[in-house]
Design a protein around this ligand. Sequence first.
Ligand SMILES: Cc1cc2nc3c(=O)[nH]c(=O)nc-3n(C[C@H](O)[C@H](O)[C@H](O)COP(=O)(O)OP(=O)(O)OC[C@H]3O[C@@H](n4cnc5c(N)ncnc54)[C@H](O)[C@@H]3O)c2cc1C
Length: 229
Amino acid sequence: MNAHLVSFHDLCPEVRHFVFEVPGVERIDFQPGQFVSFVREVDGRNITRPYSIASVPDSTNRFELCLNLVHEGRLSPVLFAMQTGTDIEMKGPLGVFTLRHPEREAVFVSTGTGVAPFRSMLLAHAPKLTAPLTLILGTRYEPNLLYRAEFEALAARCPNFRFLPVLSRPEPTWNGLTGHVQPHMLDVIGERRDLDVYLCGLKLMVDEARALLKERGFDRKQILFEKYD
Ligand SMILES: Cc1cc2nc3c(=O)[nH]c(=O)nc-3n(C[C@H](O)[C@H](O)[C@H](O)COP(=O)(O)OP(=O)(O)OC[C@H]3O[C@@H](n4cnc5c(N)ncnc54)[C@H](O)[C@@H]3O)c2cc1C
């Protein structure tokens, strides 16, 4: 199966939003939170890399991704060099990082492009659910808060959804949350142990957040995570 690049635009330096379609397929079926795997021969070796779907399933053959450029990486520079109208081999959708208990309160914690599966889950589920859902999105600088306007609009129209952006290197004009996402996750959770926590991003953040949750007595079944590296 191939994915055909329909369009792309940069969300901020080195982070790109891609729109793909699957030629010859009427509709691509996936659960919010799943990923596709891209395969390409690079320097004589087949390289396979998974990418979380950032869009909501609809009745079309399109899906969207949010990628950052890893300069020294093998596949992401190839994807950033792709022109519209070109194709790449694809497998999937795959994966089990999906909303487990729609009736249960949940906190979503991400850094950088780790927000991709949460964009899909939250845009798809928040308007239909009543359980409180909180997204904590961490990055260094304000322009790198991916999909900020969409999450703010979602929070304005869904009373059960709360958006908490966090900057680790804020400008003096920023009056929101600062530092790393982990302490803000603990603040949101407080004494509660009856909610689910979804974590997505690089290993360092995911492992630290998991350790903090386990220390505080969270059942591991309530900690759902996807590590990008
Ligand atoms: C289930 C899953 C879903 C993923 N979804 C996404 C996604 O939606 N968007 C996305 O940008 N990446 C995503 N990734 C990461 C992606 O698969 C690749 O690892 C990434 O694009 C780097 O590949 P590469 O071949 O360019 O680098 P490689 O040659 O594999 O080099 C890997 C190096 O890049 C680092 N790295 C890996 N991912 C990132 C990243 N996102 N940001 C910075 N450094 C990174 C690793 O720590 C390692 O040092 C996902 C990974 C998994 C396992």
